[in-house]
Write a protein that binds this ligand. Structure first.
Ligand SMILES: Nc1ncnc2c1ncn2[C@@H]1O[C@H](COP(=O)(O)OP(=O)(O)OP(=O)(O)O)[C@@H](O)[C@H]1O
Ligand SMILES: [Mg+2]
Length: 307
């Protein structure tokens, strides 16, 4: 449903926002694009939705090339942008009606859509009076008016409280049940990617540094991790652990936390080896790998850290 080949974007001024990425998303799949601020996620969505012109490479939606057949490509897809696009002074209903008119949809079934997004009691109120979560639901409803086959969601839950995020997750997960709807969403939230996505691509500085199912990405780190909180600079301590052969190349440091994927090794043996070194450790623990670990290992930074 989505085919991306060697897609690049260099903005005027020379910022290489996207550096030749390739991936495919199958019909009905939920695909996550994960990455920190500035990774190139919105630029990628911009190119896929024809609002950003690619510098090179190609992208096709349901077979339609976004550069050569932009109208066809647009007609099969819909997008919920990172920034709000609904008109806050108008009512929810008016916003949906305007969007339906823009798309020349005669029978927009606004009430039906509003109901499926829990907006039925709010439609006549100005969007100004909506909470953040309600506005997001209105934007989702709006995006579905044109009955897209592919839906792009750019950071659908950013800035929402945990409960509202969970509600939105359920709504988004429900969207895939609609026959054939393919979803590509971007997020900073690893739990969101894990919960919603069949496959996840990790984007870092314009490149895809990993692409697989959340399970497979985690499995690449082995079944267990030793986490050390050290006193002082984590990187220096990691270098020492490497010298002693206790930490592998897969280990990484963020601040004063060291993460040591164990691969084949048993946790007890690893901990004994570390303790034998008598390093200034504040804390040592074991746990199962998470998508966070995968992300941190590949990008060397926290998700909320600017690239
Ligand atoms: N219109 C533009 N002109 C010039 N540079 C831009 C433009 N839009 C984005 N960029 C730059 O391109 C890079 C990628 O930005 P993009 O918005 O695609 O990242 P993102 O992954 O969506 O980040 P965020 O998580 O903050 O939304 C950044 O360095 C950004 O400053
Ligand atoms: Mg963005």
């Amino acid at each position: 449903m989505i085919q991306v080949e060697e897609l690049s974007k260099v903005y005027p001024g020379g910022v290489e926002a996207v550096k030749g990425i390739s991936f495919e998303v199958g019909a009905g799949e939920v695909f996550g694009l994960l990455g920190p601020n500035g990774a190139g996620k919105s630029t990628t969505i911009g190119m896929l939705t024809t609002t950003v012109t690619p510098t090179s490479g190609s992208a096709r939606l349901a077979g339609h090339d976004v550069s050569r057949e932009p109208i066809e490509a647009r007609s099969v897809s819909s997008v919920v942008f990172q920034e709000a696009v609904v008109d806050r002074s108008l009512s929810g209903r008016r916003n949906l009606e305007l969007h339906a008119r823009l798309w020349r949809i005669q029978d927009a079934r606004i009430d039906e859509l509003a109901e499926s997004f829990g907006l039925e009691g709010l439609l006549e109120q100005p969007v100004d009076t909506y909470s953040g979560g309600q506005r997001r639901r209105l934007e989702l409803a709006r995006a579905l008016i044109s009955a897209p086959r592919v839906l792009f969601l750019d950071e659908p839950t950013v800035g929402l409280d945990p409960r509202i995020r969970h509600e939105l997750h359920d709504l988004i997960a429900g969207l895939r049940v609609r026959a054939g709807l393919t979803l590509l969403l971007t997020t900073h939230y690893l739990d969101e990617a894990e919960r919603l996505c069949d496959r996840v691509a990790i984007m870092h500085r314009g490149e895809l540094v990993a692409l697989d199912t959340p399970n497979a990405l985690r499995a690449a780190l082995g079944s267990e991790i030793v986490e050390l909180h050290v006193e002082g600079e984590g990187e220096r301590m990691l270098a020492r652990l490497r010298e002693y052969g206790v930490a592998s190349d897969a280990a990484f440091a963020v601040g004063s936390t060291l993460t040591l994927p164990l691969a084949e090794r048993g946790a007890a043996a690893a901990i004994a080896a570390i303790q034998a070194l008598e390093l200034p450790l504040a804390q040592i623990s074991t746990r199962r790998p998470s998508l966070d670990d995968v992300y941190l290992q590949l990008t060397g930074g926290r998700l909320d850290e600017a690239a």
